[in-house]
Design a protein around this ligand. Structure first.
Ligand code: SAH
Ligand code: F3S
Length: 475
């Protein structure tokens, strides 16, 4: 019988995407997925190290895996992702039950490493970056009726924000050739995917690698990004795609060309997630974000002008070293000024080998908690007002799948990425379709809509796809 594996993913969308590639290389090696960790011959934990808690979660998860190692069967445990990259050999010492430590660039080596373990080799650590010859594993359409999918356009990060461990765990920037990106998007669309999200740590700094010589070297220089051209090319060459998103852009590379692309291309949804981190220039400078509060506000105002109705969400860190009450209030005022409709808000946590370490961690935990709470209240308030303002409007929703097919309940996303729940007319499965919906009610974080089913072709009702149960809570 085929050997079985289970993958547990922590962290960002990049990791979710990497986990899919891990699954694919395992399928190529004859492994089959299982939903039950107790039946797995291989347990892969794909880790995140961007904040402290994620590492703690890994350690407690490894503790819960110990009983599986103590059974009669040979069970292997592999730790992949950013904690693997960051800790390398140290991880084997901390948790001797681990068989493999695998960095994000070493996923293609997994089958060989497993074979070597079978042959009696000791636990192995592979955490080399593929800087000289960057590899981008092709994402295969899954054939399970997936409506949305990710396509990687670049990996690594050269920005080196002082709080962030990503440049250490993911290495320097490497870009994927445009032909490969467009080819993968086209293949996804041909397989039924309607929405593609382009992925990269600073996705809008993308540059075609064949033209890298032309890329401005100076960090202070305005971005020479060719990302807008890439969006235009995808829109032109993959017309069957319904939506094209990207995450996460850096404000420094929100160029005029990218703003113009938002005005031009109906394929781009009217929503952008643009991490700001702080509204205080003093803090932004110490974070080495390379933009001012004013620049952020001006660029986003220009973007909204070019694409009326566009909403923004963001990432914010509270309690960065030296952050005063005044600095924090500037963050609150920027949140109001820009009118973010949602935000991921984090308490600063010192990360190994980051430049901010030398600034200390001088904002007391209680102050961080209090600021986080105040920030949540402002963001939630804005989200509530925004969602309420949509009641009674008509929205185009891309239906992503059933919540409960037995009672015809589905959910999807509006053109501005709001979650919309809807009830489909009897006998109609709108999964994968763009449907017109009238918004009837606003919940805290989502909307309820009524679908006008008359215009839809009928399709047989599909059963909901089963999700792999989690071994532990996600990060
Ligand atoms: N450009 C990346 C950012 C990755 S980190 C992307 O979004 O794809 C994601 C978010 O985690 C950052 O935007 C930041 O808000 C937060 N973060 C990163 N390092 C952190 C730290 N040391 N403490 C708290 N939050 C952090
Ligand atoms: Fe991290 Fe800043 Fe890059 S947040 S991923 S160093 S843009």
């Amino acid at each position: 019988m085929a050997r079985r594996y289970i993958v547990q993913t922590f962290g960002c969308q990049m990791n979710v995407h990497d986990s899919r590639r891990i699954e694919e290389v395992l399928h190529g090696e004859g492994y089959a997925p299982t939903e039950d960790a107790a039946l797995a011959d291989l347990i892969v934990v794909n880790t995140c190290s961007v904040r402290e808690k994620a590492e703690h979660k890994l350690m407690s998860l490894l503790g819960t895996l110990r009983p599986y190692k103590e059974t009669e069967r040979e069970v292997r445990i592999a730790v992949a992702g950013c904690v693997a990259q960051q800790e390398g050999e140290r991880l084997l010492k901390k948790a001797p039950l681990i068989d493999l430590v695998l960095g994000p660039d070493n996923i293609p080596e997994l089958p060989r490493l497993l074979r070597e373990l079978d042959g009696g080799a000791p636990p192995a650590v592979r955490t080399e970056f593929d800087l000289a010859d960057p590899q981008f594993l092709v994402a295969r359409p899954r054939g399970g009726g997936e409506v949305t999918s990710f396509v990687t356009v670049m990996k690594g990060c050269d920005e080196r924000c002082t709080f962030c461990i990503v440049p250490t765990t993911r290495g320097s920037e490497r870009y994927r050739p445009a032909d490969a990106i467009v080819g993968e998007v086209a293949e996804m669309a041909a397989g039924g995917v309607r929405e593609v999200t382009l992925l990269g740590q600073t996705v809008n700094s993308w540059f075609d690698p064949s033209e890298l010589e032309a890329k401005p070297r100076s960090k202070a220089a305005p971005s020479g990004s060719q990302f807008a051209d890439l969006l235009r090319r995808i829109a032109r060459e993959v017309p069957e795609l319904a939506r094209l998103r990207y995450t996460s852009p850096h404000p420094r590379h929100l160029t005029d060309a990218l703003i113009a692309a938002h005005a031009e291309l109906p394929l781009l949804p009217r929503h952008v997630h643009l991490p700001v981190q702080s509204g205080s220039d003093r803090v932004l400078k110490r974070m080495s974000r390379r933009y001012t509060r004013r620049l952020y506000a001006e660029r986003t105002a220009k973007l909204k002008e070019a694409a009326p109705g566009l909403t923004l969400s963001t990432d914010i860190i509270v309690g960065f070293p030296g952050e005063t009450e005044e600095d924090f209030e500037e963050t609150l005022s920027l949140v109001r000024e820009v009118g973010f409709v949602s935000a991921f808000c984090f308490k600063y946590s010192p990360r190994p080998s980051t430049p901010a370490l030398k600034l200390g961690d001088d904002v007391p935990e209680a102050v961080k908690d209090e600021r986080l709470q105040r920030l949540f209240e402002v963001v939630e308030g804005q989200q509530r007002v925004h969602l309420k303002s949509l009641v009674g409007t008509r929205q185009e929703v891309l239906v992503e799948g059933p919540n409960d097919a037995s009672v015809n309940r589905y959910s999807g996303r509006s053109g501005r990425h709001e979650i919309v729940h809807l009830e489909a007319p009897e006998g109609i499965d709108p999964t994968g379709q763009l449907v017109e919906v009238t918004i009837e009610k606003a919940f805290r974080h989502s909307l309820l809509g009524r679908m006008d089913g008359a215009t839809l072709p009928e399709r047989p009702v599909r059963r909901p796809r089963k999700k792999l149960p989690l071994l532990g809570a996600d990060a």
